[in-house]
Design a protein around this ligand. Structure first.
Ligand code: ATP
Length: 296
């Protein structure tokens, strides 16, 4: 009997292994299908950063060819300035951030950094000069410290400590019994949306890219968490060209310039005060968010 059992047991093992491998393959193929295709042109040079000026020239883009999300979008972010992008849900704000990081190439027009079309230089060089804090940061199943250090592998302790301070993470880390050695991620400590974004900000501080893109988390944060992020961002943005995709207008009142997106194009631009006095889209959004804030 045992002679029969052993080969059957082995066959069962082989069957399970093959099934697992096929499932892994399926998920990998699904991932590849969803991964955007950005291909470097043959012999494309690296992006050469000068002052860090960004320009979107007549940009048209859609995830599917028959549905344009951005239509002839024009905007400029002068070097060292902070631009906030606001607009109704689905207006294309996060799409704009993804295009600047070259997750996708535009269908028409171009995005230029210091006069160079980012579709004509290597994708890697664009990603070296542009650092992004995404809406939903992925944390690895490792310590908070390693998660931060990932911003610049090999960073020294002093720089990591400084990033922790600038990202306003010190209080949070000190409150944990194991401090920055605490394991986070799927199988570790679950951290809040606000803490996650501050870990991402610390990574970006370490990365030291001259251009920063901050895609604010859509889910509501309490005012304490929001203030911590706004302060962290103000520190990191100093002297950098910064694009902030804002879902809450209260986080962008200090921006050098604000653009309002609607139907894939810029419909208003100005400072907070200028836009309020125009009594248009921005003023409406502001009034709506103030009313919501009063009800919470
Ligand atoms: P929100 O304020 O709700 O985050 P948003 O202005 O950032 O919205 P985007 O996330 O840029 O909007 O999305 C713009 C449009 O593009 C939406 O209609 C959305 O459904 C669509 N879209 C976003 N990502 C994809 C994708 N990967 N594939 C197909 N369509 C997408």
């Amino acid at each position: 009997m045992i002679q029969l059992f052993m080969p059957l047991n082995f066959l069962g093992f082989v069957y399970r292994e093959i099934r697992r491998a096929l499932t892994d393959l399926e998920s990998m193929l699904a991932l590849l299908k969803r991964t955007p295709k950005v291909v470097n042109l043959t012999g494309a040079p690296d992006l050469k950063l000068d002052k860090g000026q960004i320009e979107f020239r007549n940009v048209t883009f859609g995830y599917q060819p028959q549905r344009h999300i951005l239509r002839g979008l024009n905007l400029t972010v002068p070097s060292g300035q902070k631009l906030a992008v606001v607009g109704a849900s689905g207006a294309g704000k996060s799409t704009l951030a993804r295009l600047l990081y070259r997750f996708y190439d535009v269908d028409n027009g171009g995005i230029f950094i210091d006069g160079q079309n980012i579709a004509e230089v290597t994708q890697e060089s664009v990603r070296q000069q542009v650092a992004i804090v995404p809406q939903d940061t992925v944390l690895f199943n490792t310590s908070i410290r390693d998660n931060i250090a990932y911003g610049r592998p090999g960073a020294c302790d002093k720089d990591i400590e400084q990033a922790i301070d600038l990202a306003h993470l010190r209080g949070f880390i000190d409150s944990l019994p194991e401090g920055d050695k605490t394991i986070v991620g799927e199988r570790g400590l679950k951290v809040s949306g606000g803490e996650k974004q501050r870990i991402a900000i610390a990574r970006v501080i370490l990365k030291r890219s001259p251009i920063l893109v901050f895609d604010e988390a859509t889910s509501a944060l309490d005012s304490g968490a929001e203030a911590a992020i706004v302060n962290a961002l103000a520190e990191v943005a100093r002297g950098h060209t910064t694009v902030v995709i804002a879902h809450r207008l209260s986080t962008v009142v200090d921006a050098d310039r604000i653009v309002v997106l609607a139907d894939g194009a810029v419909v208003e631009r100005g400072t907070h005060t200028e836009l309020l006095s125009q009594a248009g889209h921005y003023a409406n959004l502001w009034a709506m968010q103030q009313a919501n804030a009063d009800h919470t």
